[in-house]
Write a protein that binds this ligand. Structure first.
Ligand SMILES: *Cc1c(COP(=O)(O)O)cnc(C)c1O
Length: 387
């Protein structure tokens, strides 16, 4: 017997070939610098770990958590949104905790899509938008982020006849993988479109706090009328170096938040309460964490962008995220360029095509690696390109 079609039809794993080459280089004893994965290298701040320790010792935290999240956690989210974005959220109805935002993003299409409904997924983008929509029986279509549009979605890419069938649109700013940000004006345009064609916007705000040069990323919920059509996904993973903890949340439209909670009560049973207490602490003191984190990422970003610009690559200094999105030289594809850099420099970069067809022509570098290693990687890349 074979596995179900929904699993068999999952897109093939694009990086298998490159991964084989990485393994081989490592086996040959080569010093490989991995700039492929977007996972913070710095540890979770000590005060958050301490809060977990303390909460893990308390017996009342050992039982099943509430599937919607501890009320203290939902209240902390609501306070943080008020302080950070000026957005008012009812912690009872407009906030739900998630086992990392990936979990919520993957389950959300179950709440919205009937079989055959269309979901638009930013492309290049976080693969979960597309796969989650597929697993729910929907039809994902790419929403292209094009360089000529500074990587904002081309809303005129589809005719009205398609927009009328769209039920769900996934967007993400600050954006992974392009590192671009969105002006509030784009969110206004998208919210107006959602009202016109009656679809739900799922905005992924995972990188709101990873920003540079004084830039502050907006929430889509700052836009008037957004709460009627939008849900926003967020997580402590990138803000507080907590990817391993699996703690996130979704906020916004009460009906969609409730629906997501209903899926969760039937599938998982929420986050360990002790982790939620640590999350409360992280939300309360995120400014402290960021004031030491952001200068580190800023220095790393500068090392990478400065070196690449010197080599003739045309790219700006990103205002947010820990990625640099690099156009590959004309004679390469994203895959062949990544292979060249791996073979000649022993540096791993992610081919843009792994994020969707519109990622072709680019590779992504992640700066979640210490500055000295990034310097070394840039020296090697320069040599590999004959500089
Ligand atoms: C890292 C990331 C997430 C979510 O991470 P979690 O650890 O599941 O909260 C969501 N979206 C994007 C674009 C990401 O890069």
């Amino acid at each position: 017997m074979d596995v179900a079609e929904r699993i068999r039809n999952l897109p093939p794993y694009l990086f298998a070939e490159i991964e084989k080459k990485i393994d081989q280089a490592k086996r040959e004893g080569k010093d490989v610098i991995d700039l492929g994965i977007g996972d913070p290298d710095l540890p979770t701040p000590q005060f958050i770990v301490d809060r977990l320790r303390e909460a893990a010792g308390a017996g009342e935290n050992h039982r099943y958590p509430s599937y919607r999240g501890l009320s203290a956690f939902r209240e902390a989210v609501s306070l943080w949104y008020k302080k950070r974005f000026g957005v008012t959220l009812d912690p009872e109805r407009e906030v739900v905790s998630l086992i990392g935002s990936k979990e919520g993003i993957a389950h959300f299409p179950w709440c919205i899509l009937n079989p055959g409904d269309i979901a638009l997924a930013s492309d290049p983008g976080y693969p979960v938008y597309k796969i989650g929509s597929m697993l729910a029986g929907g039809i994902p279509l790419p929403l292209p982020l094009l360089p000529e549009n500074d990587f904002l979605p081309a809303l005129d890419y589809y005719p009205e006849s398609i927009w009328r069938k769209v039920k769900l649109v996934f967007v993400n700013y600050p954006n992974n993988p392009t590192s671009r940000t969105s002006p509030v004006g784009f969110f206004q345009e998208l919210v107006a479109l959602a009202h016109r064609f009656d679809f739900v916007i799922a905005h992924d705000l995972a990188y709101s706090e990873v920003s540079f040069d004084g830039y502050r990323a907006p929430s889509i919920l700052e836009v008037e009328g957004a709460k009627e059509v939008a849900i926003e996904f967020h997580s402590l993973s990138k803000t507080c170096n907590m990817t391993g903890w699996r703690v996130g949340f979704a906020v916004g439209n009460a009906r969609w938040v409730e629906a997501l909670g209903r899926v969760k009560t039937n599938i998982d049973s929420g986050i360990f309460n002790a982790i939620q207490w640590a999350g409360v602490e992280a939300l309360k003191r995120s400014d402290e964490v960021l004031s030491s984190l952001i200068p580190i990422y800023t220095e790393r970003r500068n090392i990478v962008v400065r070196a690449l610009q010197k080599l003739g690559f045309d790219l700006p200094y990103p205002r947010a995220t820990f990625y640099v999105w690099i156009p590959v030289p004309p004679r390469f594809t994203s895959m062949s360029f990544a292979e060249l850099i791996l073979e000649e420099a022993q540096v791993v970069v992610t081919p843009g095509v792994g994020f969707g067809e519109f990622g072709e022509g680019f590779v992504r570098i992640s700066i979640t690696t210490p500055a000295e290693r990034l310097e070394e990687a840039m020296v090697r890349i320069e040599k590999a390109l004959g500089g």
